[in-house]
Ligand binder design. Sequence first.
Ligand code: AMP
Length: 114
Amino acid sequence: MSDCLFCIIIDKKIPAKYVRETSELIAIRDVNPQAPVHILIIPKKHIPTLNDITDEDCDIVGKVHVFAKDIAKEEEISIDGYRLVLNVNRGAGQSVFHIHWHLLGGREFNWPPG
Ligand code: AMP
């Protein structure tokens, strides 16, 4: 989608700090990090929110988790612990309507989350 920020980043029309890329996914560093490690995992397919996924997307959603686990190991946060967060719609804090997961680590996290 031409007016979607993450589609523009996927198309490399604006710069981002790329961490990893496959034919289906990219991982970039969040521009406003909320933890020492804050990486966004973004499917290249434009899906606005989790509410919009279908059975067709099961493979991608599974791959996101393998991607997250591998990046967590690379970033050396896999042993101490990390969070994988998916905000759905504005009430949960979603501001970019192209589905993405936040991989957060490198500090302690509270529960319940704020
Ligand atoms: P959410 O609020 O869950 O939709 O997450 C959107 C995230 O995208 C926020 O954490 C922003 O800091 C991040 N973000 C916005 N613009 C950029 C950008 N140009 N490059 C990297 N991260 C961005």
